[in-house]
Design a protein around this ligand. Structure first.
Ligand code: ARG
Length: 574
């Protein structure tokens, strides 16, 4: 039984007939006071106008004879400080060890969630600014999947709009035949920049002809459509190359264009419902009463916009997947957009929970990233640099001093990829999404401190410890007849922390913050390190040695599962 339930039952025994639905046992804030605490005696005393210490005493009394707790103390104005028994702890560790998916509850079973993330604009190379939506979204995706949800990961590409008129015109007139034959996203980007510059020319001729290309595309002109399709395919091919490196997978790639045919119907419905009204030639939804301003749903030129497209998209997603919720991961500058259309969707009768997960800006090595400054680093380059730097670290640990540096093997490169990509991901995921972050190589690749490599090394070290314990003859270091047993305080701290893993995953999902899980893993690794330094393992007596090794193995399992949910690989040997 869960601790909360045990204590709740004690409340009920002490005060029959009362409702104690909300009773919670939480980890103690300070191990000095015990392992867990419960503050509900105070809450109940307030409600029942009773003396809180007396309530605490009665509950403590009701807990007597329970072999879960070794000690129950009433502190201050009625806090219950709980110390668990070693037998209970050992049996919970065994449960966790035996549980599938490290005990993560399958609370999402039978439910669907759509997660909309990464969603870059087509015909442009992904740059360092795209990393946040991709990495945060993918971690949320993995976390929800681990909870048993059916997840539809949808890449809502920006694949429609005026830029395609500019691109088509540029493609036809500004690219060489060779560039057209070997079209890459880099070429598309170049042709966009050149064409957009020409569209600013005073005579307005270029601009006009870009517009005509766009109109032709919108009207379904075969040639323009084929070109557009080619641009999109090339873009997706290029994006997929990044996703493969980052271990990110999507179920669907439905860009904005997917909803072109649905938008008119949505606008019609908004008009029929009296939600959208004409204003200066445009059609708008007034959200002033909610302090959300006015949202345009059809521009004065008859075109639709981002709001219309998201409304059409939610309609399709609800009809097709009937999701319990839809999660959108974008930068914080889009907050108003999401607030506006979430409000419109609610007025239209959508009851699906719509969640916007906004993230802050990212700077690079202390400098703001900006297109104008020309310091927009391509994601491809960032990832290549991550591997290069990680390979240097890997190789510095090989060979002997004085000898010429050995040539990296294929395995070394794989390892460098795991470390480099892991470092890039963790440097983002270890922060609350909403904060602005600075990417620094020193911090990301630090072997000490809160970094991806630090956690990966912790995992590799525990693997090699367990291997060493098995001896060269391969005998199992974990004799079957020795179970978990916890004796020292550092051992107990680690054990209690490991039991919190499923809870940390749940909290990360509830808050839409992979950082909750990252924090948990970092703390766990620190507790492991304290335990490792203070409690001898391999040199202990056989029983203690085996029990401690079991704890080490469980730590490795939890760490690897947790990092896996963040999309970070855990090589066994580094
Ligand atoms: N393409 C947009 C951008 O680059 C993000 C789209 C997010 N998803 C959505 N359904 N609005 O900012």
């Amino acid at each position: 039984m869960e601790l909360s339930e045990i204590v709740k039952a004690a409340f009920e025994k002490a005060y029959p007939g009362e409702d104690f639905g909300g009773v919670r046992v939480v980890p103690a804030t300070d191990p000095k006071f015990g392992d867990y605490q419960c503050n509900d005696a105070l809450k109940f005393a307030k409600k029942a106008k009773a003396n809180p210490r007396e309530v605490g005493a009665r509950v403590a009394d009701a807990l007597k004879g329970n072999d879960v707790f070794e000690k129950v103390e009433i502190a201050g104005p009625g806090f219950l400080n709980l110390t668990v028994s070693s037998a209970w702890l050992a049996s919970r560790l065994a449960d966790l060890n035996a549980a599938d998916r490290c005990g993560i509850p399958q609370s999402g079973a039978g439910k669907c969630v759509v997660i909309d993330y990464s969603s870059p604009n087509a015909a442009k190379q992904m740059h360092i600014g795209h990393i946040r939506s991709t990495v945060i979204g993918s971690a949320i995706d993995r976390i929800f999947r681990s909870l048993g949800y059916r997840v539809v990961a949808d890449n809502h590409l920006g694949d429609w709009g005026t830029q395609f008129g500019i691109l088509i015109k540029g493609y036809r007139e500004l690219l060489t035949q060779e560039e057209r034959d070997n079209l890459t996203v880099a070429n598309l980007e170049k042709c966009y920049v050149l064409s957009a510059a020409k569209a600013k020319e005073e005579d307005g001729l270029w601009k006009e002809s870009c517009k005509q290309e766009l109109v032709k595309l919108q009207q379904g002109d075969k040639e323009n459509l084929a070109l557009w399709k080619r641009f999109i395919d090339i873009s997706i091919g290029e994006f997929d190359r990044m996703y493969a490196k980052l271990g990110v997978k999507f179920d669907t790639y439905r860009g904005e264009s997917y909803y072109n045919d649905t938008m008119p119907g949505v606008v019609k419905k908004l008009q029929e419902m009296g939600l959208a009204v004409e204003s200066e030639g445009a059609l708008v939804v007034n959200l002033e009463s909610e302090k959300l301003g006015v949202a345009i749903v059809r521009k004065s030129d008859g075109g639709y916009n981002y709001t219309t497209s998201d409304l059409a998209c939610v309609k399709t997603r609800v009809e097709e997947y009937n999701p319990e919720r839809i999660i959108y991961v974008t930068d914080a500058r889009q907050q108003l957009h999401f607030k506006q259309w979430f409000s419109i969707a609610a007025k239209m009768g959508y009851t699906t929970k719509l969640v916007h997960v906004p993230f802050g800006l990212m700077s690079y090595q202390g400098k703001a990233i900006s297109t104008r400054e020309g310091n927009l680093i391509k994601l491809d380059e960032l990832l290549a640099e991550a591997v290069k730097r990680s390979l240097a670290i890997v190789m510095s640990r090989r060979g002997t001093e004085g000898a010429p540096a050995p040539q990296p093997t294929e395995e070394d490169v794989k390892l460098a990829e795991a470390i480099g990509y892991g470092a890039v991901k963790y440097s983002d995921l270890s922060h609350d999404p909403i904060t602005d972050i600075d990417f620094s190589w020193d911090k990301a690749l630090a072997l000490e401190g809160n970094s991806g490599p630090y956690l990966q090394y912790a995992y590799a070290r525990v693997c090699s410890l367990v291997e060493k314990a098995g001896g060269t003859d391969g005998t199992s270091p974990l004799p079957k007849d020795v179970g978990f047993a916890v004796s020292t305080s550092s051992e107990k701290r680690l054990a209690l922390q490991l039991l919190e893993f499923p809870g940390a995953v749940v909290r990360a999902a509830e808050a839409y913050k992979p950082s909750v899980l990252a924090d948990y893993l970092f703390q766990t690794a620190q507790l492991y390190s304290t335990f490792y330094q203070s409690s001898p393992i391999l040199k202990s007596e056989p029983e203690v040695r085996a029990a401690r090794l079991r704890l080490c193995v469980l730590f490795g399992k939890v760490l690897s599962a947790g990092l896996g949910l963040l999309g970070i690989d855990t090589p066994r040997h580094i």
